[in-house]
Design a protein around this ligand. Structure first.
Ligand code: HEC
Length: 206
């Protein structure tokens, strides 16, 4: 009896957590039909609550799936399934627009630190802030690029065009990576090792 109870309790806690996660995803993904109650107040929150979950769902909606009976082309088939994909695309449009808010804080109000902060060379929130402020139009342009890719995905989902969802999915990926490489990832190429001659000149200054 006792062990059954604990199993039940465990299950109900599990489904509560699950429900909370789904509710959050629902808020983020249905911003078109229901106005979002949860408004991301930083770049980090916009990534974690809106852009990242919507992009993952969109990418997962189309592709090749391995099943026990071989491979199966995964794609939205019913009107309801296409509607879901359109919802993800709409969330991405909203997220991309939010990134265009002038002076949107970088992060740290949702988490104690940014993702990948422990990877050497990853830009800190302060460095990212400086880079954005040095040329706000450049950051905005990167967000507009994401918005355009998201709009492409939205049109594709409204016209039920699987091939265009794939193309838009690749455009989205490029838009994410371009902005991350410019603002978030460690700077590459790494600083080169000075040649013996350069090293000698540099040492003379000390
Ligand atoms: C206009 C710029 C821009 C675009 C476009 C962009 N991001 Fe980001 N993203 C950032 C910046 C800056 C950070 C670093 C700050 C941070 O960690 O939130 C970041 C961080 C993240 C993080 C880590 C969040 C955390 O908890 O620290 C995730 C996840 C993420 N982005 C996902 C995505 C995905 C997926 C896309 C594309 C669908 C995307 N981003 C497009 C600017 C962008």
């Amino acid at each position: 009896m006792k062990s059954q109870w604990s199993t039940l309790r465990y299950l109900s806690v599990g489904s509560l957590l699950c429900g909370a996660t789904l509710a959050l995803a629902g808020i983020a993904q249905n911003s078109k039909s229901t106005p979002a109650k949860l408004v991301p107040t930083s770049i980090q929150q916009t990534m974690d609550l809106l852009i990242d979950p919507a992009a993952d769902s969109l990418w997962e909606s189309v592709g090749t799936e391995e099943t026990a009976h071989g491979t199966r082309e995964k794609q939205p088939r019913t009107a309801a399934e296409w509607q879901k994909v359109a919802g993800h695309a709409q969330s991405l449009v909203s997220g991309a627009k939010r990134l265009q808010t002038p002076g949107l804080p970088v992060g740290a109000n949702a988490h104690s630190k940014l993702a990948d902060a422990d990877t050497p060379g990853t830009r800190t929130a302060a460095q990212i802030r400086e880079d954005i402020d040095a040329d706000p139009a450049k950051f905005r342009a990167a967000a507009v690029r994401l918005e355009e890719a998201a709009n492409h995905a939205l049109t594709a989902s409204r016209t039920h065009n699987t091939a265009e969802i794939l193309t838009a999915g690749a455009e989205l990926d490029t838009a994410c990576e371009a902005c991350h490489a410019a603002y978030w990832y460690p700077r590459t190429p790494p600083r080169h090792l000075p040649s013996p001659a350069e090293f000698a000149t540099q040492s003379q200054h000390h």
